[in-house]
Design a protein around this ligand. Structure first.
Ligand code: AMP
Ligand code: MG
Length: 484
């Protein structure tokens, strides 16, 4: 692999140079063949399972890689922690993919760093497999996300509430720059490093801003806002609950990162929370847009000193971008929901239809994915239409009426709806079953067959129906954990 290490070229306050801590008996558990191809992993390496296990556990460092752990801070559940950082992750370096796009290759669970704050630096098999499955599903759904190249078991135990098998997961992301990375320097009043970081981010993600002079930091904020809005609106489209939207888990690239306590909403309810530590529902499904707004405001605060020496003036420049966030989000969000309903353009009056439909889902405890799938199918099947009429009542009539005003042919509407309504999502009980098989038996049969289906989320394969069933108990007692 051809590593470059641009982050290492920044000053050493940005990171700690540290090698992964070797593990006893690494074995390859999951491997992402198509991602490996995209990243042009050399054939010789790919065909040698033992070599893959050595490399992607961190036991063997490839030529050209200079492992580092990144410094960052962050607001966790609204409370600022000035020093977090990669406590159990090592950035091996950056590689170019087939199309010339740059990606970070990072090991997670690869040993403690100076940012570990008492943690063991390790990761259990469960959370590693969860990250692999969820990120692969999100990617196939068309949602920006970090990806997983490999899960390697370590042959060692990790000690949590119980003793669990350990693993290292390889995360591939277009960068690991977080809002918390900016906060790390802002909190220290280190404006010089803030500027270096901002310019690095612009170079990496928004090179078109390069020539924009002093305005480029406003441009950076505007672009980061746009990506967060797109991202969270996409989460809302498919029922994804991130679960721990702390500023250190918000990537500037606009990719989903940190798959700790994430889950999929079954029955539609904006108040849905699965994370065991989110007792106040701060990160509930329906709160995600508000939290993204809050996080963006924290990011804007970091940029103020770069925008102008006169803080009041800088605030005045930033203020409109922050205050227009909710409207800007809403516009993108309703357009996406409109497409879930086959509307080629969303009109102000459609709010009523949307409200009526979502209300119906909530009042009747209807499954989000299944319901939109049924509406989609109702365009092509009499049986589905009559079932949908039953389930949606008056809202169905309203919707039909609206569609007829559109004068599009039903095939076109169907295609639009199909593209926005998955037939299958990584349902919590299936994710848990696949994880259990890996954890308890070291077997990946279930994980692989599930992944095969999740990789075609808008299409019914022969085995898709095995994974479409909503949870019997509506996931009412389901809980996720941070995976630490
Ligand atoms: P997370 O909840 O994964 O976003 O992690 C929050 C912070 O805790 C980050 O700084 C992590 O690097 C750190 N952390 C989480 N688990 C561990 C662990 N097992 N060992 C060391 N640091 C950890
Ligand atoms: Mg994190």
């Amino acid at each position: 692999m051809n590593f470059s290490n641009s982050y290492v070229k920044l000053s050493d306050i940005f990171y700690e140079k540290i090698r992964p801590a070797p593990v006893r008996a690494p074995q390859l558990l999951l491997w992402n063949t198509s991602l490996a191809k995209q990243l042009m992993i050399p054939n010789q390496l790919e065909q040698d399972q033992d070599a893959l296990a050595q490399v992607f556990s961190g036991n063997r460092i490839l030529h050209g890689s200079e492992p580092i752990a990144l410094a960052y801070a962050g607001h966790q559940f609204g409370h600022f922690v000035p020093q977090l950082g990669d406590g159990r992750a090592h950035l091996l370096g950056e590689v170019l993919d087939q199309s010339g796009q740059k990606f970070d290759i990072q090991l997670k669970g690869s040993g403690p760093t100076k940012f570990a704050r008492g943690g063991d630096g390790r990761c259990a098999v469960g959370p590693a497999v969860r990250e692999f499955i969820m990120s692969e599903a999100m990617n196939a759904l068309g949602i920006p996300t970090s990806r997983s190249l490999a899960v390697v078991t370590t042959g060692e135990s990790v000690f949590r509430d119980s003793t669990l098998p350990g693993a290292v997961v390889t995360r591939v992301a277009s960068s690991h720059i977080r809002i918390g990375t900016f906060q790390f320097f802002a909190a220290r009043g280190d404006h010089e490093s803030l500027k270096v970081l901002s310019d690095f981010t612009i170079e990496r993600h928004f090179p078109e801003l390069r020539e924009e002079g002093p305005n480029k930091y406003i441009g950076l904020l505007d672009n980061v806002i746009e990506r967060q809005i797109q991202l969270v609106a996409e989460w809302m489209r498919v029922g994804f609950i991130h679960g721990v939207m702390n500023t250190d888990n918000t990537a500037l690239s606009g990719e989903t990162i940190d798959y700790g306590p994430c889950a999929m909403m079954g029955n539609f309810d904006p108040q849905t929370v699965y994370s065991s530590i989110d007792t106040n529902g701060r990160y509930a499904f329906g709160n995600q847009p508000k939290i993204a707004h809050w996080n963006i405001a924290r990011f804007a605060e970091c940029l103020l000193p770069l925008i102008g020496a006169d803080t009041d003036k800088a605030i005045k420049q930033v203020e409109p971008l922050i205050s227009e966030f909710p409207d800007r989000f809403n516009q993108i969000y309703v357009e996406k929901l409109g497409k879930k309903l086959g509307l080629t353009s969303f009109q102000q009056e459609d709010q009523k239809l949307l409200f009526s439909l979502l209300n119906r889902l909530k009042e009747r405890n209807m499954d989000y994915t299944t319901s939109f799938d049924l509406l989609t199918k109702s365009l092509m099947s009499e049986a589905a239409a009559s079932q949908a009429k039953n389930e949606f009542g008056d809202s169905f009539e309203l919707w039909q009426q609206r569609l007829s005003e559109q004068q599009e042919n039903s095939q076109k509407i169907y295609d639009l709806m199909r593209q926005h309504n998955p037939v299958v999502i990584p349902r919590n009980h299936h994710v848990e079953a696949a994880i259990q098989e890996c954890e308890q038996h070291g077997k990946v049969t279930l994980a692989e067959s599930f992944l095969n289906v999740l990789r075609s989320p808008y299409e019914e394969l022969a085995t898709t129906s095995q994974y479409q069933d909503p949870p019997e108990d509506g996931d009412k007692d389901y809980q996720t954990f941070c995976g630490t």
